[in-house]
Write a protein that binds this ligand. Sequence first.
Ligand code: COA
Length: 140
Amino acid sequence: MNAGVRAACADDLPAIDAFIPAFLEPPYKRGRFLRALRDGKVVVAIDEGSVTGFMWVNEFFGHTFVNVLAVAPRQRRRGHAGTLLAHAERNALTDRVFTSTNASNAAMHAVLKRYGWKRCGEVGDLDLGDPEIVYVKYPS
Ligand SMILES: CC(C)(COP(=O)(O)OP(=O)(O)OC[C@H]1O[C@@H](n2cnc3c(N)ncnc32)[C@H](O)[C@@H]1OP(=O)(O)O)[C@@H](O)C(=O)NCCC(=O)NCCS
């Protein structure tokens, strides 16, 4: 298989670190990410043997929640985010999947619209002046 999604492992870290979002860099968050990777909560998108993106999934009120999704800059606009989100949908704990992103993240809002996610809420007081917009999708 040339392209697909598989569980991430420690060997993938150098590739992931090349495009990991800056908000995961502080030591506390880095530690949480490494634990999630060890616990099988992180998957990578692979294309021609290379890591093109990753997704960290956890639980939100008993439902699957896409916590972080990122694609390497040179690999963007090739559907890798869609491949990763489809993986979350296929492996959902329940009949729905949640995710969220800052109001300012136009690319992520476009992605979620493109793949049929529905806005379902907003959380303030996280990043000041840039609320977190919550989305849901019910995979059919
Ligand atoms: C957001 C992100 C994950 C998208 O990954 P991607 O693999 O490029 O997304 P896809 O190729 O699946 O995009 C699907 C569709 O979403 C829309 N889209 C994606 N990026 C877009 C952008 N920058 N501007 C406008 N629309 C965009 C388009 O409709 C696109 O389809 P098209 O390329 O045929 O026009 C990527 O830009 C990224 O890693 N950003 C930095 C990390 C981040 O902000 N993550 C989200 C919050 S954790």
